[in-house]
Ligand binder design. Structure first.
Ligand code: HEM
Length: 226
């Protein structure tokens, strides 16, 4: 064991910290995406999305964000392999008896793979045309020319199959968070008998607000905004 992050608890710490960092990203991302429901032809969403593509954010924060995802995924894979090897006959006890949370705790890696697959599709859909190839259409708002991110999202949610793929990704994310949220606080030592129950309830509520929030956007874009 050369460093703290090489130890098992160190790896779990990195998983928790990167997970909570990604939770923060989800809150910001969902807040910006809710602008997709403002009936202004996508103006507010476009301004916010293009702000997120500014050089300071693109070159300063995005690498940190992608680093957060990579750390979370790599350490999840390492810990899952180690757990499977060490488990033998003794099953991993999550310490949390809530039924759906228990199911989630046993399927975190599969749920993570579902989210990763969703992320690949998602980045190809939006991040690549908006930030990599700059293939998206442009729009001028208040005299400023910018990418029409709204048109891209609106066009992609005009196809039912894509809405369904996204909904599957959101469901995976929701279930993943029902376990991941309280588990992160547990690993960080911020939980006891009383707080474990509280973090579980807060985590389940947060997970469903996030999952239903993203889902509502996709469904309403498909059903009302075409
Ligand atoms: C209705 C649901 C969603 C919509 C409409 C949406 C839309 C977008 C758009 C337009 C971008 C490109 C922003 C830009 O480059 O200017 C983007 C980027 C991104 N999205 Fe989403 N997103 C949704 C859900 C999610 C979810 C659930 C996750 C995570 C699990 C996620 C993760 C990301 C990441 C990692 C990026 C790249 C970083 C960034 O550009 O901020 N998105 N999304």
């Amino acid at each position: 064991m050369s460093t703290i992050f090489g130890s098992s608890i160190g790896k779990k710490l990195l998983m928790s910290l990167s997970g909570l960092f990604l939770v923060t990203f989800l809150i910001i991302h969902l807040s910006i995406n809710l602008l997709l429901l403002v009936p202004d032809g996508g103006q507010m969403f476009n301004v916010a999305a293009n702000f997120m593509a500014m050089p300071l954010i693109k070159y300063g924060l995005q690498p940190v964000l992608f680093g957060g995802f990579i750390i979370h995924i790599i350490y999840a894979a390492i810990l899952t392999l180690q757990n499977n090897k060490a488990r033998g006959s003794a099953k991993y006890a999550s310490g949390n008896n809530t039924k759906d949370v228990m199911w989630a705790s046993k399927n975190m890696f599969i749920l993570g793979l579902t989210i990763s697959a969703f992320l690949v599709v998602h980045l190809i859909d939006y991040w690549v045309p908006l930030q990599l190839t700059h293939g998206a259409k442009s729009v001028t708002i208040d005299g400023v020319e910018m990418h029409n991110a709204y048109a891209l999202v609106n066009a992609s949610f005009s196809e039912l199959w894509r809405v369904v793929i996204y909904l599957v990704g959101f469901l995976g994310l929701t279930i993943h968070l029902t376990h991941g949220f309280w588990s992160a606080f547990q690993t960080l030592g911020l939980s006891n008998n009383i707080w474990r129950k509280r973090w579980t309830v807060i985590g389940i509520a947060f997970a469903w607000v996030v999952g239903l929030g993203f889902s509502t956007i996709a469904i309403l874009q498909y059903a009302l905004f075409q």
